[in-house]
Design a protein around this ligand. Structure first.
Ligand code: MIG
Length: 722
């Protein structure tokens, strides 16, 4: 075990300079060395085959982080496990979802952060067994521990982010609205959906293809019957401003003659069973083999397979089922069937009946099945279980590295279902199979900042809910939150009620049109904040207490900060006509309906009940901060970024750095981006505005709407010298 203390943090690093670390490596066999270590905030016990970390929680202590997990922003009170799991029912009792994100922040007089670098199971008991204790059990002694000290919660997070390296940057069009459903199964169906957007004048940048586009669920194939002349079709849609985003699954279908299967078997690219034969699991296409993504050669091979679709014009992918999900293994299924046969004709009672049904239910992702296969790492066979959390990460890494080889300077849209920290370097994630439940708007809101803290910036949830049936009201309220997430995608499951923005009634269609237009108006700001977090190891979503140190801010877990200027407080209760909002300092509230800035009001520090009709989105602009807006367009490529509106709440001075780049290449990595510095000074009841242009920006005109103390307001236009 190595313990690495990260003591110094340099804020707003550009492109990954090293941060000061002090490594306290010691021999895990010799626990005496441990007691000689300088004082650490956690107690460490090394046992025979596990490590236990413990920490006393005083009454005020809060625990943030742990990425994609259920329950509130403060994780105290819960029991969690890091073990990537395909669990489609995200209820508060679940210990793990698709991601394993071992970074947490503990508040207190001296807040600190912990990152555990270990790819197998870790159990977090955070004030669950004992109210005032946190106990972490790592199921091996080969783990490294990073301790982040001396800084605020935000600074500690930035240190961790710096350590993780540069972040993936999604293309700008991926900030447009995106439409998905399992499954738009034919070209005609996709056309019908796109016409729905056109006829209803609702902007959209991407439509997703779920498993039905494939020929018999085989990765990197297209069903010619359902999608004839696919390549032409991809280009035709791109001319309309719509990108098609196909799904790729982790399992490779076992089928003779299928090239991916044949090549994989021939080159021993698949995970092995204990007899050293390719391991068989059953998932979506029936029986599959799992590519051994932990092997670099396999990653190179699989990554280049994306070329088939890239050559047809595809610019984005979503990687699914890569925990990996296992519906069943053959022997377990056989045992279960035998058990059922034995029960035939029996008088099943409460015990035997539930034993039988349990056996069937637990076929799906059975924990023991994860011990049945092996990876070959540098010639050694490693049991999957001990490296489980690296699987989806490495699948997506394989895709990212492949795409970089295929088209080196292009930014592809890429996100995964399973992840571990570090995935943020290659891609984003979506939060998997949620439900059309109001509770999941809140869960989504609470998860987003924690996912960002763990270094994954491009993220979003299935808006409207995946399983279950949404009503129009739910879709509206959910979209009013999702419009702030980098990934704003409406996705739903097969056999659920249709939930496209125009699938309900006229009122809902009108409101959804406005909500989506508002999203497009916000894109310059959202993209600028996202790219600043990407290039400066920052965070995009933050809990209030990352910026406000009053005690109450850390209690608030149904509001959050989006970038440096905004606080959002979405409505997440059915039929609510408003909500309570905690305003941690005087702020300007804009009740937005679309991009038009009509209702604004200064809100004093404190708790307020804010009335909000179904179409109103409350957007809070922090004091001495600016928000930039564009006029909405039907897709991102058509946004006119030459003319922007600047809405500001300025009582003294506000500066906003508006980042922009071409949005499609990696040239920003070589300094090809622009930063427009907008500065507003309020003095003697007057505003002075200066705009400085660094880099080639096309800004021609700015419409200023400035609100000052006592709601004094000034509106004017400013033409920019080119
Ligand atoms: O077993 O591809 O989370 O988004 O629609 C289901 C079908 C597999 C799970 C994904 C979901 C997707 C679905 N997939």
């Amino acid at each position: 075990m190595k313990i690495i203390k990260v003591n110094n943090h340099c804020l707003w690093l550009r492109y990954g300079q090293p941060i000061a670390t002090e490594s306290l490596a010691f021999d895990t066999q010799n626990t005496e060395e441990l007691s000689a270590l300088p004082s650490l905030p956690v107690k460490i016990e090394i046992m025979e085959n596990k490590i236990k970390l413990s920490f006393g929680l005083d009454e005020a202590a809060k625990v943030f982080g742990l990425g994609q997990n259920v329950r509130g922003m403060n994780k105290r009170g819960g029991l969690y496990e890091s073990f990537c799991t395909d669990d489609p029912i995200h209820t508060p009792d679940k210990k793990s979802l698709y991601g394993a994100h071992n970074f947490l922040l503990i508040t207190g007089e001296k807040p600190f952060g912990l990152f555990i670098d270990y790819p197998g199971k870790i159990i977090y008991d955070i004030g669950y067994t004992l109210h005032d204790e946190m106990n972490i059990t790592i199921s091996d002694i080969n783990a490294d521990l990073f301790i982040f000290q001396n800084g605020t919660l935000k600074e500690l997070t930035l240190s961790f982010r710096s350590l993780m390296g540069n972040s993936y940057a999604a293309p700008k069009w991926a900030f447009g609205y995106q439409q998905s459903r399992w499954s738009y199964g034919t070209k005609e169906e996709v056309d019908r959906i796109i016409s729905g957007f056109e006829e209803n004048e609702i902007p959209c940048d991407a439509v997703y293809l779920d498993i039905d586009y494939m020929d018999d669920f085989k990765d990197f194939t297209v069903d010619e019957q359902k999608f004839p002349k696919f390549e032409e079709y991809v280009r035709e849609l791109k001319n309309k401003g719509i990108r098609l985003i196909p799904i790729i699954d982790a399992g490779v279908k076992i089928e003779e003659g299928y090239d991916v299967y044949e090549e994989g078997v021939e080159n021993q690219y698949f995970c092995l069973n204990s007899q050293q034969e390719p391991f068989v699991a059953a998932v979506w296409p029936g029986k599959v083999h799992f590519p051994d993504f932990l092997n670099p050669e396999v990653r190179r091979w699989f990554g280049l397979k994306y070329k088939t679709l890239v050559d047809m014009g595809v610019e984005g992918f979503w990687n699914d089922m890569n925990e990996p999900s296992i519906f069943y293994t053959e022997d377990r299924l056989q045992r279960t069937i035998d058990m059922a046969k034995k029960s035939e004709g029996e008088n099943l009672n409460i015990h035997s009946f539930f034993e039988l049904t349990h056996a069937f239910k637990s076929l799906f992702n059975h924990p023991d099945d994860y011990q049945k296969f092996y990876h070959q790492i540098e010639g050694t066979l490693i049991n999957h279980k001990s490296v489980h959390n690296l699987y989806g990460y490495n699948m997506t890494r394989s895709a990212a590295e492949g795409l970089e080889k295929i088209d080196p300077n292009r930014r592809f849209l890429l996100f995964s279902r399973a992840s571990t920290v570090g995935l943020g370097r290659y891609a984003g994630i979506w939060t998997g199979d949620n439900y059309s439940w109001w509770e999941h708007i809140l869960l989504h809101l609470q998860m987003m900042p924690a996912i960002n803290q763990c270094g994954i910036l491009y993220t979003g949830a299935d808006t409207g809910g995946f399983s279950g049936n949404a009503n129009g009201q739910l879709l509206v309220r959910w979209s009013q939150f999702s419009l702030f997430s980098p990934l704003f995608r409406n996705h739903s499951a097969l056999n659920t009620r249709a939930q496209e923005p125009f699938a309900f009634d006229e009122t809902i269609t009108r409101i959804m049109r406005n909500v989506i237009k508002l999203r497009y108006a916000l894109i310059p700001y959202l993209y600028s904040e996202y790219m600043k977090s990407v290039t400066q190891h920052g965070v995009y979503f933050m809990p209030l207490c990352f910026a406000f140190e009053d005690g109450f801010s850390s209690e608030v877990d149904d509001q959050m900060l989006v970038g440096e200027s905004l606080m959002v407080a979405p409505v997440y209760r059915e039929n609510a006509k408003g909500r309570y909002v905690y305003v941690p300092e005087d702020m300007l509230m804009w009740k937005a309906v679309t991009d038009k800035i009509e209702k604004t009001e200064i809100m004093k520090k404190g708790i307020h009940y804010v009335d909000l009709s179904l179409e109103e989105v409350p957007i809070f602009i922090k004091k001495n901060s600016l928000l930039i807006l564009a006029r909405p367009a039907m897709n991102v490529d058509n946004l006119d970024l030459g003319e922007l509106t600047v809405l500001g709440y300025v009582t003294d001075e506000a500066t906003y750095i508006y980042y922009d780049d071409d949005g499609i290449t990696r040239n920003y990595e070589r300094g090809d981006y622009s930063e427009v510095i907008i500065k507003v000074v309020y003095e003697h009841n007057q505003y002075t505005v200066t705009i400085k242009n660094n880099g080639n920006h096309t800004l021609r005109k700015v419409n200023l709407i400035l609100v000052g103390p006592d709601d004094s307001r000034e509106e004017r236009e400013l033409l920019i010298d080119q």
